[in-house]
Design a protein around this ligand. Structure first.
Ligand code: 4NP
Length: 156
């Protein structure tokens, strides 16, 4: 069993979905007594250096996790060597990552929902342009994905 897996979540801006996914995996791994290295990044650079969206921070706080200290960064070619799993939140970002992935890199690329039985291929919708309530859906989805990912990594 690989209990020191390194996982990178990637969305577009790294201010909404992937910081929540990072927090959800950390919480789920702690509950499962499972050690994991986890980080997040974006494929776009618009928000680099900024904290997560205030709606994402508020949602995290409601679920007793804190993402205030996160600062957005852009995914880098080195990430494909540093992480075992690079996990995209949607298909556009998966395609961007596939184009960036260097030959011979160790990272396995997947969609978050590929780790949830029955939801393979589905996307975590971008809540950025939608209503505040969308962030609760995002949180529920990244938690579902995190549970599936912990199971997949422990079993793999
Ligand atoms: P994220 O959401 O990819 O989940 O962090 C977005 C954040 C910002 C923008 C789009 C999506 N934006 O257009 O600035």
């Amino acid at each position: 069993m690989n209990d020191r897996a390194a996982v990178l979540f990637v969305c577009l801006g790294n201010i909404c979905r992937s910081p929540l996914a990072e927090a959800a995996l950390r919480a789920e791994a702690a509950r499962a007594g499972f050690e994991v290295t986890v980080d997040s990044a974006g494929t776009a650079g618009w928000h680099v250096g900024r904290p997560p969206d205030r709606r994402a921070r508020a949602t995290a706080r409601r679920h007793e996790v804190d993402i205030d200290g996160h600062r957005a960064r852009r995914v880098d070619v080195d990430d494909f060597h540093r992480f075992d799993h690079v996990v995209a939140l949607d298909r556009d970002n998966l395609a961007a990552l596939a184009a960036l992935r260097p030959a011979g890199a160790k990272a396995r690329l997947s969609l978050l929902f590929d780790h949830v039985v029955g939801r393979e291929g589905e996307e975590v919708a971008d809540p950025y342009h939608g209503p505040d309530e969308g962030f609760e859906t995002t949180w529920a989805e990244v938690c579902e994905g995190a549970r599936g990912l912990v199971r997949a990594i422990r079993g793999g």
